[in-house]
Design a protein around this ligand. Structure first.
Ligand SMILES: [Zn+2]
Ligand SMILES: [Zn+2]
Length: 268
């Protein structure tokens, strides 16, 4: 039974090749990112019994294609209001094409937006994009925070998303798979840098630094399809947390995400 006034979330798709997450409250429906075709996002929405025509807002984290490639289509075809900071708007203009002026909104880094019964906080991350920012959603004293595409976690981000009820956190790569893999050296360096991505180990450390006694669910996201595997990410994070006496499977659950299959809606 879902509480009547609950915020519900589904990680529709998450990987280094395409990201989109759906959040709804009784009177507002939001997507974070649309890094795939509009049709693909709609198919994912249908798989959880929802439809793009009902979505009110789309928040964009940064211009990289795995987050932005479907943004223009969603704004034009479904009349969805799009929010991003100004540097991100500028950087994604050539990728997303025209967005009607009435659907184009600025969401400044570090500010809070209230839409309907939902409060959304933005926070900047350390990533090689124009001005990448992620979002935490608050409704009815519950919080859901997203943190992927970051090379490290700053004290400021940590403070902002401390002790949320649920997280989507990055586990981009397994260090050994990345080191041994076929990516060119320069790309490996980029991924490993402070403005790159969190590894499985980094994801575990990040979680331990901000999760708390309210935290019930932790989704592992933005896995590289080249340099990671679901089972490996899960096992690595679970074992590190257990080593540190976290109640994995009792106090909270660790959940996987998929590049192509939506996680079922859950009440935060
Ligand atoms: Zn990404
Ligand atoms: Zn990125």
């Amino acid at each position: 039974m879902v509480e009547k006034d609950a915020m519900q979330v589904s990680v529709l798709a998450s990987s280094s090749s395409g990201n989109t997450t759906y959040i709804e409250t009784p009177n507002h429906k939001v997507l974070v990112d649309a890094g795939m075709s509009g049709k693909r996002v709609q198919d994912l929405m249908h798989s959880i019994g929802r439809d793009l025509k009902d979505v009110d807002s789309l928040l964009v984290t940064h211009e990289h294609r795995d987050h932005s490639s479907g943004v223009g289509v969603l704004a034009r075809r479904y009349g969805i209001d799009v929010y991003a900071n100004q540097p991100t708007w500028d950087a994604m203009a050539s990728i997303i094409g025209e967005v009607p002026a009435e659907h184009k909104h600025i969401f400044e880094m570090g500010s809070t937006l209230s839409v309907g019964d939902l409060d959304i906080e933005s926070y900047g991350v350390s990533h090689d994009a124009a001005a990448a920012q992620f979002y935490q959603f608050h409704h009815n004293n519950r919080a859901f925070a997203i943190l992927t595409d970051t090379g490290y976690v700053s004290d400021q981000v940590r403070g902002t998303i401390e002790n949320a009820d649920a997280y989507l956190v990055e586990c981009n790569h397994d260090l050994e798979m990345l080191r041994m893999g076929k990516y060119p050296w320069s790309l490996k360096q980029r991924i490993l840098s402070d403005t790159g991505h969190l590894s499985n180990e980094d994801g575990a450390s990040a979680l331990m630094s901000f999760m708390g006694n309210q935290t019930k669910r932790v989704f592992l996201g933005h896995l590289s399809q080249e340099n990671n595997m679901k089972e490996l990410a899960h096992l690595t994070v679970a074992s590190i947390l257990k080593e540190h006496d976290y109640g994995v499977g009792t106090d909270f659950e660790i959940l996987d995400t998929d590049p192509a299959v939506a996680d079922p809606l859950f009440a935060v």
